[in-house]
Design a protein around this ligand. Structure first.
Ligand SMILES: [Zn+2]
Length: 57
C-alpha cells in the first residue's frame, strides 16, 4: 500500500528520511522531487495512447 508519489525527503547532510526533520542531524528536510521521472505521467500517456487507438477504430 505504498503511494506512487514519493514522500521521501532529503536533508542537507545527504540523508534521506520520511520525517519532517532529519533524524540524524535535526535539520529541516526538503521533499525529493525527481525532475523528469514521473510514473503517473507515464501512465497517463499510455492511457491516452490506448484511448486514441480505441477512438481511431
Ligand atoms: Zn541531516
Amino acid at each position: 500500500m505504498t503511494p506512487m508519489k514519493s514522500i521521501i525527503r532529503r536533508c542537507g547532510c545527504g540523508r534521506y528520511t520520511m520525517a519532517d526533520r532529519c533524524p540524524f542531524c535535526g535539520s529541516p528536510v526538503e521533499p525529493v522531487i525527481p525532475p523528469r521521472f514521473s510514473p503517473e505521467d507515464r501512465y497517463g500517456e499510455y492511457r491516452r495512447r490506448a484511448k486514441r487507438e480505441r477512438n481511431g477504430r
